[in-house]
Design a protein around this ligand. Structure first.
Ligand code: NAD
Length: 249
């Protein structure tokens, strides 16, 4: 497709092999962007679903919590595709475990993927955005920071810190024409969530929402598409809650 909203933009996306990240990949690809996905999982389903050529979407196996692997990913992108205009960090480690049972390894692994991953990716790609005097960065946080559920303290802390990263970075790079924002999804009906979250919990969350339907991955993808577009050129350092009005902030 040509003439789309994101035509000619090169997007780096973490976590594009499933769920919300997959929806973001499909949405941005349908709007003309070129997408390079970093994921520990298999990206072939997303690539096939996008239905565009290999020059428009590709995947790279990368554990984003590992600085060496992120550096290799950066080298691969620059040699095969060029310098990215947009970074969307969507990959995350998310599991339920009461605080009393959490090990330091659980805690560290969660921060390393959810927070350190965002840091490593941003450091990798911001220098070229500064040179281009244009860039868009979106970090996918979580409404759980604003309406904290039980047994997810490790995850909530990582997403709160990610919002801190967004706010600090926005201050540092705004003068270079780069915007940095967070999207905070509410409970969303991804394949993994539908398989692992009891329907009773979906019902509970729905009862607290102002909008009376459950969130779908496409709800998040549409907001990310807006934030990385020219239309959002005057928005930075913000966290957009996309949770059907569950949180009252
Ligand atoms: N689904 C929800 O209800 C919900 C709610 C709030 C926030 N979120 C956030 O939205 C984002 C997407 O969530 P989802 O539910 O679609 O998740 P998902 O589990 O379907 O997808 C997560 C992706 O991250 C990848 N990933 C995990 N660890 C990685 C690593 N170390 N390196 C590279 N890739 C890695 C996985 O392979 C997968 O593709 C996450 O940031 C999550 O915290 C989701």
């Amino acid at each position: 497709m040509t003439g789309g909203r994101h035509e000619s933009r090169l997007v780096v996306l973490t976590g594009g092999s499933s769920g919300i990240g997959q929806a973001i990949a499909l949405r941005l690809a349908s709007e003309g962007a070129r997408i390079a996905i970093a994921d520990i999982g298999d990206t072939s389903e997303t690539i096939e679903m996008a239905g565009v050529g290999a020059d428009r979407i590709s995947g790279f196996r990368c554990d984003i919590s590992n600085s060496g692997q992120v550096r290799s990913f950066g080298k691969w992108i620059r040699s095969d595709h060029g310098d990215p205009d947009v970074l969307v960090h969507c990959a995350a480690m998310q599991f339920v475990k009461p605080f009393a049972d959490l090990t330091i390894d659980d805690w560290r692994a969660t921060q390393q993927v959810n927070l350190d991953g965002g840091f490593l990716l941003a450091q990798q790609f911001i220098p070229a955005m500064i040179e281009a005097k244009w860039g868009r960065i979106v970090m996918v946080a979580s409404s759980s920071f604003f309406a904290p559920p039980a047994a997810m303290t490790h995850y909530i802390a990582s997403k709160g810190a990610l919002i801190g990263l967004v706010r600090g970075l926005a201050t540092e790079v705004g003068t270079h024409g780069i915007t940095v924002n967070a999207v905070a999804p509410g409970l969303t009906r991804t394949r993994n969530a539908v398989e692992s979250v009891p329907q009773a919990h979906f019902d509970l969350v729905l009862s607290r929402q102002q909008l009376k339907r459950s969130g779908e991955p496409g709800d998040q993808a549409g907001v990310v598409s807006f934030l990385v577009s020219e239309d959002a050129a005057f928005i930075t350092g913000q966290t957009l809650l996309v949770d059907g009005g569950e949180s009252h902030v």
